[in-house]
Design a protein around this ligand. Structure first.
Ligand code: ADP
Ligand code: ADP
Length: 223
């Protein structure tokens, strides 16, 4: 089963703007695939459709063969965070993780919770409400939460926004390590250097279209 197949995806917003205009790409098992493009390229729109948060105007997406349909229950094999979704601001960071963990139906104490707390790296702030967190703190908490369920396909929208360089390095190591366990990561970025350092493969988007795709080596050596 292929983790993700996106076919001729389109999205026009209510004002008629074509944010995604015929996008197709495939993500294979074990890849860390970077969706690279400048602001406004259509990356977030694409990922929000994948999450079932907004409805495509056309085309389709299959996650491990299952058709993504808007409003359907989140596929158990898909873990994700898109900025501004997934975290409950009126709960503490710890309670957010616990709630998510309980939703997976696993025992209350587990080594994975400890690992998640380490990734979130919130210190004492783990007891404060998420509402009071900086962007970087939210990003780390969202990553920790996404990883808790060990999804076969993890989808991350600009996860390094608001992180400082050491935290970006940690994020990179976490994602690369995650894919080495045979799972798959799809991550968006507007920074080529970041994609080069983290990803195995890249899909380049601009103006709602895919303008290049291949391995990172192919795309960075083809002068
Ligand atoms: P990226 O994530 O690559 O920065 P986005 O998917 O966020 O790109 O946005 C793509 C384009 O769609 C941008 O020009 C943005 O302004 C526009 N856009 C995003 N959301 C809406 C909306 N709700 N209505 C109209 N245009 C939108
Ligand atoms: P980001 O740059 O983080 O991808 P934006 O700042 O472009 O996100 O968008 C923030 C919110 O505003 C989103 O909900 C998006 O759908 C909406 N939005 C963005 N551009 C437009 C637009 N041109 N018209 C209407 N809504 C928009």
């Amino acid at each position: 089963d292929t983790p993700l197949v996106v076919t001729d995806l389109h999205k026009s917003y209510a004002n008629g703007f074509r944010a995604v205009d015929g996008v197709s790409f495939t993500v294979h098992r074990g890849q860390v695939l970077g969706l690279l493009g400048p602001n406004g390229a259509g990356k977030t729109t694409t990922l929000r459709m994948l999450m079932g948060l907004i409805t495509p105007s056309g085309g389709q997406m299959r996650v491990f063969g299952h058709l993504v349909t808007p409003g359907a229950p989140v596929l158990s094999r898909l873990g994700s965070f898109v900025e501004g979704s997934g975290l409950l601001p009126h709960l503490s960071g710890l309670d957010n993780l616990r709630l998510y963990w309980e939703a997976t139906g696993r025992p209350a104490a587990d080594a994975r919770m400890d690992e998640a707390l380490e990734i979130a790296d919130l210190g004492d702030a783990v007891h404060r409400k998420v509402r009071s967190y900086s962007q970087g703190m939210r990003q780390r908490l969202a990553l920790a939460q996404a990883m808790l369920g060990l999804p076969d396909l993890m989808v991350l929208d600009e996860p390094t926004n608001g992180l400082d360089p050491p935290q970006i390095r940690t994020m990179r190591e976490v994602l690369v390590g995650y894919a080495r366990t045979g799972r798959t990561v799809l991550v968006s970025s507007h920074l080529l250097a970041e994609v080069e350092q983290t990803c195995t493969d890249v899909v380049v988007m601009n103006h709602g279209r895919v303008i290049a795709a291949g391995t990172v080596e192919e795309l960075t050596s083809a002068e």
